[in-house]
Design a protein around this ligand. Sequence first.
Ligand code: A3P
Length: 272
Amino acid sequence: EAPRIHITETGNKTETKRLPIALIIGVKKGGTRAVLEYLRLHPDIVAPGPEPHFFDTHYTKGFEWYRNLMPETEEGQLTIEKTPSYFVTKGIPQKVYEMSKKTKLIVVLRDPVMRAISDYAQIAARNPEVKPFSEIVFENYDSYTVDTRRAIVKVGVYALHLTRWLEYFTLNQIHIVNGENLIRDPASELRDLQTFIGVKPHITGEHFTFNITKGFPCYRRNTSQQSWHCLSDDKGRPHPNVSSLVRSKLANFYRPFNHRLYLMTGKHFDWT
Ligand code: A3P
């Protein structure tokens, strides 16, 4: 357990900031914001809203700096955070291990082809001058050779990133959320997540509604109130048209890595 310093008294409750016991480490565009916001519906889970980027950007500032970013917790509450770049950044598994070798790791995975298209939609929303998708992911457009140096491609090679985490953590410390199922059936993913984190089951189907207009689940904190929240419009953006040929060439590239992921985790995904 993290050291108890900076104790503040609020009424008769003792509150203190603690280092996270669980991290949502990735993947970018997998559905990480949805998982964080859903978990924050649990009364025993607290998390900062923004991504701390401690292990990749601010590590030299030290653990006290990191701990200070966390919300206050009461006795029995658990702290988590999400920074999706952790999953793919070299050197981070060791740093997290040094914080605590008991840290629980959550990875939200989604069909890597769809993940790349989603990543591209985000890049294009921020920079309308961006090159077409196919010119970024293929090194040679005539032979459809995938450009493996591109971050947009590399993130989706899940098995390679996971291998680096398994040098420091065991498989049962790593929980994989199925990003497609998270949209179809958030309650079932949340049931498994609550078990993994070790909190009593609180978040259920009553916390979710499928919003037809948005095409995604929206959620409520209080199941006796009709106050539904949806993620912001930059989650669930329209995707650009990517031809089925381009998709299938990219899928062929990812297929052996996906297969390795199934062998490593025993989890099967319905990715093409
Ligand atoms: P798209 O924007 O491509 O649809 P992240 O939070 O890791 O950036 O992931 C964003 C993705 O979360 C979205 O990608 C969307 O598919 C997925 N998602 C899952 N649940 C969602 C929800 N309730 N609302 C909006 N997007 C959701």
